[in-house]
Design a protein around this ligand. Structure first.
Ligand code: CP
Length: 311
């Protein structure tokens, strides 16, 4: 039996290409399961998973919970709002108290980059990063790459553009690592103010020209403008941003080839893409969401298998 090289999923940077391929192969099986009339398997019976969210989420939280329930795990959900975190309890105390109730795995979203690495040094349970600030969002990158592979086939030498607010995006960094490990060529495109200073060290192409980037790529992953993380003003107005970096239907119809359009959600309709693009045949946004459940089932199942292997 193949097993993951890692006990936790903290980031795509830390996993191997073989891990990604194993997750994708396992996802193929779980995708069949969730499309059957009976969508449940007993694989994680007697495994208890805590979903701990210190930041808002719709897709990731529901997707993990569904994945866990489809695998027959026992699930507890914790959200920092309304909890004792508001009374000053630390991250380690919060998590240790939850673990004292015999929890085997922790799925956590936290606004602090590196919070999961810190936690992994202090607790025994498996940790899955469901997003840490502006750092990584590994399961999003896995579901993005899996969805792209379904559409484009082998990603070797495929040209993938990541457009928009790269500076504040954990999706961008995890996507860059994941796509490069799968052999794709990655380009980031956005205003200079929304590209991080370390971008040159990531081995990606950089462009500030959306039209030219759309002509270059096989797929474009349109990122949300993360106003909630922007303390400074990075562009004059959303309207101006949209005019420079928003994708419209006439733009994609004018291209010589058909490209794939993606978005991790939540979408600011009319800012990074118009509704017509989001809902077009070229958009795979809802395929990404569907695949998210199977990807997360695969990750949790493979982690539990590694635990059993270590016993
Ligand atoms: N893509 C994503 O992480 O969405 P949520 O913030 O709704 O989980």
């Amino acid at each position: 039996m193949s097993i993951l090289s890692t006990k936790h999923l903290l980031g795509i940077k830390d996993i191997t290409t073989a891990d990604i391929q194993l997750i994708f192969k396992t996802t193929d099986n779980f995708k069949q399961v969730i499309n059957r009339p009976i969508k449940k398997v007993p694989s994680l019976r007697d495994v208890t998973i805590a979903n701990i969210f210190f930041e808002n989420s719709t897709r990731t939280k529901i997707s993990f919970e569904l994945a866990e329930k489809r695998l027959s795990a026992d699930v507890v959900n914790f959200s920092s709002s309304g909890s004792s975190v508001k009374k000053g309890e630390t991250l380690i105390d919060t998590v240790n108290n939850i673990l004292a109730m015999k929890v085997d795995m922790v799925v956590m979203r936290h606004p602090a980059p590196g919070a999961h690495q810190f936690l992994a040094r202090h607790i025994d349970a498996n940790i899955v990063n469901a997003g840490d600030g502006t750092h990584e969002h590994p399961t999003q990158a896995l579901l993005d790459a899996y969805s792209l592979q379904e559409k484009l086939g082998d990603l070797t030498d495929k040209k993938i553009a990541i457009v928009g607010d790269i500076l504040h995006s954990r999706v961008a960094l995890s996507n860059i690592y994941c796509l490069q490990k799968l052999g794709a060529k990655v380009r980031v495109c956005g205003p200079p103010t929304l590209l991080p200073k370390h971008i040159d060290g990531l081995g990606v192409e950089v462009s500030h020209n959306l039209q030219e980037t759309l002509e270059w790529c096989d797929a474009a992953n349109m990122l949300r403008i993360q106003l909630e993380r922007q303390e400074d003003k990075y562009f004059p107005s959303l309207r101006e941003y949209s005019l420079q970096y928003g994708v419209t239907l006439p733009m994609i119809k004018s291209l010589k080839k058909e490209i794939v359009l993606m978005h991790p959600g939540p979408i600011n309709r009319g800012v990074e893409i118009t509704s017509e693009v989001a809902d077009s045949d070229q958009s795979i946004i809802l395929n990404q969401v569907e695949n998210g459940v199977a990807i997360r089932m695969a990750v949790l199942y493979l982690m539990a298998s590694k635990n059993k292997d270590a016993e």
